[in-house]
Design a protein around this ligand. Sequence first.
Ligand code: ZN
Length: 197
Amino acid sequence: MTLPEPVAITFANTRSSSRRDRIATLTQWRAWVDAWPGLRVAGHAVDASGLLAVRATRDDVQLLLRSATGEGQPGRGPTARLLELARSSSSLDLRWRAGRLTLAVLPHAAPAALFAQHLAHAAFDLLLTGPPLAACQGQDCLKLFVTSRPDRRWCDSAVCGNRTRVRAHNRRQQARQTPTLSEEEPPDRRGPQRKVM
Ligand SMILES: [Zn+2]
């Protein structure tokens, strides 16, 4: 069984490529938050305008975590904004629900602000005390993962790894079809013959 990535990583990974935001709508956001039972109640309280703020924080979390993998420069902007969030006065409340500790929101507090603050803390905690991270090497993939093996290159070998293998295969096919020898060369010519000793 593979353990799920820490929440700060799966949050950053909701922006999976430059063209794909997996929490672009409230329905998608609720589906993401449902995977984290402790966050579900507070997450469902986030409205459409709150989601815009949460997505802006997500972009900062992604930039911060990616810079820790050597992808991109450690930006002062994202770090400063997340630090400001982490320091802001908290509307955090916690409740026990069916034996599980869950994030709750104080009355009159903004659920989106609580979320943004919680995830800013999670991102800092991951970088300060968590395992090392790596970025997927897939083309236009922005996903991150915990470096579980030193040779792991893909977020998902069946997706990004496979796409890269298919592209490399197509490049080899193309190179084979582009004639490098003149048309007069016999088709079975494969370079110098090896001397038999
Ligand atoms: Zn990937």
